[in-house]
Design a protein around this ligand. Structure first.
Ligand code: C5P
Length: 307
């Protein structure tokens, strides 16, 4: 995962989506961001990004099969390129993004692409970036980007950039329902009102407790649901429709619009994904939780077999 490979003259990276098993808002910060406590899980729903070096040019050209995604400087792949381009002599690159992760869905597809671009350009240009440098560059691109440097299951705090890996037990399967429209994260946070009861206690990062709470379903929670469901009223009904036998919990991911049901096995999810697809609103994906990965520091030697 996130390990770039050479295929037909292009460096290819597959970037996974994330799901929030838990999302609590602790408060609003002086910098306008919200202090969060999250339990994130990377899943095997991927975008694919291909990078071809263009030694004759010093610009980035981006193509994307989703016409809703900007291919200019607003694209996070272009931002990653902009942060690294001064470190190499021939920064020209042509990029093809194949989007499978719905945008504006709370699945962090843009952040995953940003992390994938950092890792791929580091490999392409043989940059000797330390883990700290990668983390700082990831943070500069967005709150969810650092999570994708390691993936798996992790407690994420601060804006989301403080990533604490946790045991990815029990393994999880998900039916992800994208309802057919996008929601802006910024708008959701701007409209967010802290409930009078105040936030819950911080999520325990004690493995045993976390594993037990995922297994019995009590870990699953999303503070942003009330505000989002009040404005997009169909979503609460769609969420409830995901609660079937064997489902640990059905929740919204991030700031929406995607909803998911979590399962301990693939079988129960299979049937639900079929039912949701037949209902016809948006699309449904069956996805598996991914274990964490290492983004190794790039040394002088390339790893074998990739070329
Ligand atoms: O960091 P990112 O660009 O992904 O965040 C998008 C928007 O979501 C921010 O501009 C901010 O309005 C909101 N946000 C927030 N608190 C966070 C993360 C995001 O208020 N922890």
């Amino acid at each position: 995962m996130m390990r770039p490979r050479w295929e037909a003259g292009c460096l290819v990276v597959r970037t996974p989506a994330k799901i929030n098993l838990y999302l609590e808002v602790l408060g609003k910060r002086a910098d306008g961001f919200h202090e969060l406590d999250m339990l994130n899980q990377a899943v095997d729903l991927f975008d694919t990004i291909r990078f071809a070096p263009r030694p004759d040019a010093d610009e980035i050209v981006i193509h994307c099969d989703d016409p809703g995604i900007p291919t200019d400087g607003r694209n996070l792949v272009a931002k990653a390129w902009g942060l690294l381009r001064d470190r190499t002599e021939a920064p020209g690159v042509e990029v093809w993004i194949e989007k499978r992760i719905p945008a504006g869905a709370g699945l962090a597809g843009g952040s995953a692409d940003a992390a994938g671009a950092l890792v791929a350009l580091r490999t392409l240009w043989e940059l000797d970036l330390s883990g700290e440098e990668l983390q700082a560059l990831a943070e500069a691109m967005g709150s969810d980007v650092p999570f994708f440097l390691r993936g798996g299951r992790a407690v994420c705090r601060g804006r989301g950039e403080r990533v604490i890996p946790v045991a990815d037990e029990p393994p999880l399967w998900f039916v992800i329902h994208w309802p057919g429209f996008s929601i802006s994260t910024r708008e959701v946070f701007e409209a967010f009102e802290m409930p009078l009861t105040g936030p819950r206690a911080l999520l325990s990062i004690c493995s045993q407790e976390l594993v037990a709470r995922v297994r019995d379903g009590s870990a699953f929670f999303n503070r942003l649901e009330d505000g989002v469901f009040a404005r997009w009223r169909r979503l609460e009904g769609l969420r409830r429709a995901l609660v079937v036998d064997g489902c640990l919990s059905a929740r919204m991911s991030g700031s929406g619009s995607a909803l998911y049901a979590a399962f301990l096995s693939r079988d129960a999810g299979d049937e639900l994904a079929r039912v949701v697809r037949e209902r016809g609103a948006g699309s449904a994906f069956l996805a598996r939780g991914l274990p964490g990965w290492r983004v190794d520091r790039f040394g002088k030697e390339r790893s074998g077999g990739d070329h």
